[in-house]
Ligand binder design. Sequence first.
Ligand SMILES: [Zn+2]
Ligand SMILES: [Zn+2]
Length: 595
Amino acid sequence: MNTQTSAPTQNQVGEKQGERPKTFVPNRKKTFNKQSRPMGKTQGNSKVKISFLGGIGEIGKNMTIFETENDIIVFDCGMTFADETMPGIELVIPDISYLRDKKEKIKAFVITHGHEDHIGALPFVLGEIKAPIYASRFTLALIENKMREYPRVKYKAVEVKPRQNLRIGDFSFEFIHVNHSIAGAMAVAITTPAGLILHTGDFKIDNTPINQATTDLKRIEEIGKKGVKLLMCECTNVERAGWSLSETHVQNQLEKAVFQDHANERLIVATFASNVYRMQEILSLAEKYNRKVAFTGRSMLNISQIAMKLGVLHYNRENVISIEDVKKYADNEVCILTTGSQGEQMSALTRMSNDNFAKFKLTTNDCVVFSSSPIPGNEKSVINVMNKLVHKGVGLVYDRLAEIHASGHGCQDEIGTIMKLAKPEYVLPVHGEYMHLEGFRKFAISQGFHDRQIVITDLGNQVQVTPTSVRKTGFVKVGAKLIDGNTFGDLNSPVMKDRKALSEDGFVIAVINISTKLGKVLNDPIIITRGLLYNHEMDFMLREIKTSLLVHLKNYDLHTIDVNELKKDLKKFLSNTISRKTKRKPLVLCTIVMN
Ligand SMILES: [Zn+2]
Ligand SMILES: [Zn+2]
């Protein structure tokens, strides 16, 4: 079983009036001696190294390593989804080779929030690295839900709260509430021997949020007054001027453009399952407009149940029905919350669009709402689903028609606000593709930062923070590990190369029967192909290939042939011949039967 405990706050740990608060040291056995180690004087060494194993030059698989001579903290542990260059692969996680000979130093995983690009690699990394996970209650609930699929991986979870301080080895962490498109998101102020580092995590500033407080700007301002050495700031939306939309605005738009304008239709709303604030908006509006709500799709069901259990969602229990009961209600009495906002192939909405959803069929009196925007890379899948829906005569409302979606990432004025309050000596953008990093550099200059104060990094860069400087000092090994069923793969492995060849050009198998005694080929070679030749060219091409092969075999003395050498040579010959004749490069396998 996994254990989950709450880390005591500073105030909870033996603090009396006037007494200096003691800091909490988790895992006392291991770090007991370090409790008396004064911060910033670790054997005269006050350097902190930051290594980027993921999340720079990409949006995904966030993983940053904070390291002193004694301790390492793994900050976020995310995954990314595979793209079309990785056939058969669904998930990609960071290569953690850099940590392999440093496992003893690793004291904690600190997780900012529960999005997959921040927690998705945990099941795989926790198998190798044993350190407690520190995260908010909602984040830990999502981690627990994920880890149920990996019952053999044990871990220890420690719940932390906003404004809580805790000491882990050479570091001291303070968690700060921020708005984001998920509950329980936090920025983290990290007191290190080299100075104070503020990491924003993923954030926006929503002055009128739903069901939560606004980003704790007061605390960020107070921390700014202490003197921030380095601000590590997410930059996903740095190219967008102004402010991101507020969730209250989104709710108002949903009310008007969906619940009022489509009052007589059945409503089917697709959104990110983890966006419990959006879920709340739909639940509240459904109640107001006398509609029952049904959830469908695995992650929508799982996360809504977690959010209800933790009290993150406020709703009337009688207003929620099961998806099976939708049929019992008139169209204007129900609202269905579904997965599939990204056009995912197996999602409930995609199945509905394919008439493949067991619970009901779509009709022309349905209105499908995309309260979301496609994550870069998913645009085509989303548009495919939308087209199918329109073709069926289903009504469609999406973010280009009405402001029914807000990004969870802050725009320029929000990033600028954090810069002004934190007043850092140095800034370093994270959570962005290269264009976002460059956009951040330009924006930071517009905010009065000098080029020498802006540290732009790349994947695998190591940055050194000292009391007087922040600069890039070297590289660490990085890469992508592909999750391939029960094993790990590499992008450059022969398996991936074969899969690519198979998926693009098919395969050819040649079986050649040779008698060494007679020194000749017995029978015609057998040539089998799949995914290479069209019916109309099949016979002709196979004959051509066979003839060329037989002519080529005349070059050998088949009495004394080395089978392995012959196999290699024939494979090369066949590859070249097929490529010349077909202009394609299939995977070629050659089998020689000796008699
Ligand atoms: Zn996020
Ligand atoms: Zn993220």
